[in-house]
Design a protein around this ligand. Sequence first.
Ligand SMILES: Cc1cc2nc3c(=O)[nH]c(=O)nc-3n(C[C@H](O)[C@H](O)[C@H](O)COP(=O)(O)OP(=O)(O)OC[C@H]3O[C@@H](n4cnc5c(N)ncnc54)[C@H](O)[C@@H]3O)c2cc1C
Length: 386
Amino acid sequence: MDTTAVILGGGYAGVMAANRLAASGRSGLEVVLVTPGPRFVERIRLHEYTAGTRADATVDYGSVLHPGVHLVRDAAAGILPDMRTVRLAAGGDLAYDYLVYAVGSAAAAAPGGALRIEHLEGAAGARRELSALPAGGRVAVVGGGFTAVETAAETAGAFPHLSVALHSASDVARTLGIPARRALVKRLGKAGVQLHTGSSVATDGDVRRNLAADVVLWCAGFAVPQLAAKAGLAVDGSGRLCLEPTLQAQGRERIYGAGDAAVIAGPDYAYLRMCCAAALPMGADAAGNILRAVDGMPGVRHNSGFRGVCISLGRSDAVVQFLAADDSPARLHLHGRTAAVQKEIICRMTLRWIRGEAKRSGAYTWPTGPKVPTTTPAARSVHLME
Ligand SMILES: Cc1cc2nc3c(=O)[nH]c(=O)nc-3n(C[C@H](O)[C@H](O)[C@H](O)COP(=O)(O)OP(=O)(O)OC[C@H]3O[C@@H](n4cnc5c(N)ncnc54)[C@H](O)[C@@H]3O)c2cc1C
């Protein structure tokens, strides 16, 4: 009997899932990937694209997807779980036997006058505005997470004639260990970034006026598409699809979730933050459990963890914080050129892992999670962009 697996979202999680399914060679398994963009976006490089240190942050879907994946260039406008159907934005319905919900995330709504860089169109607009600024132009980056830090440092490095400030209500990169954070703050200063912490940015009116800046890049907070909530699926307070440890949606055994748009419910998985490093294993495991279901076998609990986090500070500097599996900082960190090289290797590896999975289902492996389930403090689950 033929089985159709529909994947919503052609980002890291969705493409990994599509490849694991399609490369499995299961007879009668049709794999359909629904995604609106014409090309795969390397989101982890959007700060480079914004600052103009990278000409492009996209690659052709043909170069990352298994050739057997049927690509539908459209957005899902709705999910009808009882009918196992996805409604497409351009019109028409798609029936599924299994669904992978991997629609990612975006920065939270930005106040008037601010630009968002976490999606390609926003990054392209910000890039144009930055390039047009005259010498002495003032750029404010808002946010204290890794994306804000990377964006501020990249911009300062690429536009030495501009004045770049980073505004964060809290300490920046506060999930790092103290030595790594100290190194990061020092190196941000060396990169020419003025750091303003400890007070929230006023968001009434035009935020450029509030910050006395010509361009404001908004990298604070995050939001996810509300598709799951609208479909009546179990979601958390922000609208992320709530999953069982098998990555099945709570109460819906035919729907799986992966990446930023989904969250494994409960304290045991609170350490899994929204990041590419979690999206890829979740995408692979969601697909693996669909294959098990197709074969009549029970799904396995998701098991992934961290080894390190790399924060770029321009093209020749970075901080690498080594991590325990539960995302808590280990004692060791690296900085300087060696760390920058390490970061670049990881960025390249993400595409290599996805492409490897297109060649052989099961090729991608990842670090395991904590041995003993942790009830990690909520502070650890802060999003990269916070
Ligand atoms: C500048 C920047 C730097 C980052 N650096 C790092 C880093 O160094 N390390 C790290 O681990 N993480 C990093 N991240 C975070 C990382 O990019 C995300 O966590 C990751 O992209 C999540 O993968 P995903 O597949 O869930 O979502 P995405 O990669 O966002 O993909 C989601 C896909 O779903 C599609 N989609 C959206 N709505 C619909 C719909 N209705 N129907 C169909 N498709 C839809 C989108 O078009 C997109 O293709 C960074 C993020 C940014 C913005």
